[in-house]
Design a protein around this ligand. Structure first.
Ligand code: G3H
Ligand code: 13P
Ligand code: ZN
Length: 315
């Protein structure tokens, strides 16, 4: 059942966070749906601009519609990750997406508001909800790169949410995209979340760049021929604390890429005679499902599926 992210957030707020997982292909989609059903979790499927461009934008949309048919128990949102205005408008028109993210966070706040408002108006007219971002994650986001963290300012967050009418807000609190998040100790600014929650009680917040980049995963990749050096991620024991402070959506992409990389490197190392793409795929799908189910335990979304379904309205 495809629902909006807002429906999911109503059930999760203050109790747990929903996993928002990026997909790019068929095997990932199969593993994703299986993992969420195995762990009885509602979830968000994220499709980035890059994922839309990888084959054809309609490919992943049709996978979503098919997955909805073959997994009738799944409760999920189909969400555009880091959209620009043009891509948001395209997804709003598609009839498949239930949620879009407009990422105009690299513009000055007034321009961010102007763009975000146009997307909110178009989305809400079709029953689609909108995530926007204020502050900037260090590193690359939506083709734009920031040399340092630009932390979200709580007073601006309050103003931004009221001006734009958005449904959820991505906040920059010290995470970043990719596999190289921290040099030395990780510092997440939970004080910023606390202050935003005080100013916007009950309003759903989003944490991007939340992969954990597990050391054992990276070690296995490197032992199978990889060369990933100095990688580090977010300590997953932080998720529950973030959820209490209003974080209802936690974005994870990199960790799934690491699972894919580890499975395929180990598979071809151990089976140099094989060349059928389905052979590693058959290993990857259940491994990916296991990875998703484990994440959902950490997020607190595991076991929430039935209660969430009962509380949610289909889009
Ligand atoms: O935030 C970015 C996501 O990890 C998506 O990455 O743009 O390479 O698909 P991508
Ligand atoms: P990671 O790179 O930490 O997985 O973050 C993904 C993300 O924020 C997608 O929007
Ligand atoms: Zn992101």
């Amino acid at each position: 059942m495809i629902v909006t992210t807002s429906e999911l957030f109503k059930h999760a707020y203050g109790k747990y966070a929903i996993g928002a997982y990026n997909i790019n292909n068929l095997e990932q989609t199969m593993g994703l749906f299986k993992g969420n059903l195995d762990s009885k979790a509602p979830f968000i499927v994220q499709i980035s601009k890059g994922a839309r461009a990888y084959t054809h934008k309609l490919m992943l949309e049709s996978l979503m519609l098919t997955a909805d048919k073959i997994f009738p128990d799944a409760v999920f949102a189909v969400h555009l990750d880091h959209g620009d205005e043009e891509t948001c408008m395209d997804c709003i028109a598609s009839g498949v997406y239930s949620s879009v993210m407009i990422d105009a966070s690299h513009y000055p706040i007034e321009k961010n508001i102007e763009i975000t408002k146009r997307v909110v108006e178009a989305a809400h007219a079709k029953g689609i909800v909108v995530e926007a971002e204020l502050g900037q994650l260090k590193g690359v986001e939506e083709d734009v790169s920031a040399a340092e963290h630009v932390y979200t300012k709580p007073e601006e967050a309050e103003y931004f949410v009221k001006e734009t009418g958005i449904d959820s807000l991505a906040c920059a609190i010290g995470t970043s995209h990719g596999a190289f998040k921290f040099k030395g100790e990780q510092k997440l600014r939970f004080d910023i979340l606390e202050e935003i929650q005080r100013r916007l009680p009950g309003f759903p917040l989003v944490m991007h760049g939340s992969s954990s980049v597990p050391k054992d995963e990276v070690d296995r990749i490197n032992a199978a021929g990889g060369a990933i050096k100095g990688a580090s991620g977010v300590d997953a024991s932080q998720f529950r604390g973030a959820a209490k402070l209003g974080v209802t959506k936690i974005n994870i992409d990199t960790d799934g890429r690491l699972v894919w990389c580890r499975v395929h490197r180990e598979f071809f190392r151990d089976h140099p005679e094989k060349f059928d793409l389905r052979d590693p795929g058959k290993v990857f799908i259940p491994e990916y499902a296991k990875f998703i189910a484990n994440k959902n335990e950490l997020l607190g979304s595991a076991g929430q599926l039935d209660a969430c379904r009962a509380a949610c309205t289909k889009r």
